[in-house]
Write a protein that binds this ligand. Sequence first.
Ligand SMILES: [Zn+2]
Length: 73
Amino acid sequence: MNPEKIITGLTSAQADGLACVVCGRDYLRASGAVSLLVGRSLTGSQVFACEGRCGEVAGADLTKGRRVGGDRR
Ligand SMILES: [Zn+2]
């Protein structure tokens, strides 16, 4: 997979990396949720998908861009 892949058709939260690009889960509210870098939005922001099924669907690289939510207070 290509971490510089541009992903289109996202909501503003997804495009800012604040929500899963597959299921739409809100990472700002999902404390402890693990998300994986899957590419970039048209604005250049990194975008993420949940670890597990969403990451597989989105073609996430499991070795890079792993992030745990709920640690930004
Ligand atoms: Zn998800």
